[in-house]
Design a protein around this ligand. Structure first.
Ligand code: FES
Length: 62
């Protein structure tokens, strides 16, 4: 599923980055990596990305 429409990338790309890192990540880091260094424009996707990051960080913290 396409997550961000402003600088198109998918939820799979975001997940792949988080899994490859295998440690805690920040929303801005994931966004930057997936969008080739761009910054969010409309921010519509950020709540979904925040939820994904939160769930990833909770999983790697245990
Ligand atoms: S949809 Fe991601 S910044 Fe607009």
């Amino acid at each position: 599923m396409i997550l961000c429409l402003c600088h198109p990338f998918s939820d799979s790309q975001a997940k792949a980055h988080m899994q490859a890192k295998g440690a805690k990540v920040s929303v801005s880091e994931v966004y930057s990596v997936c969008s080739d260094g761009k910054t969010p424009q409309c921010c519509t996707c950020l709540q979904t990305l925040k939820d994904m990051v939160k769930s990833h960080n909770r999983a790697v913290a245990v």
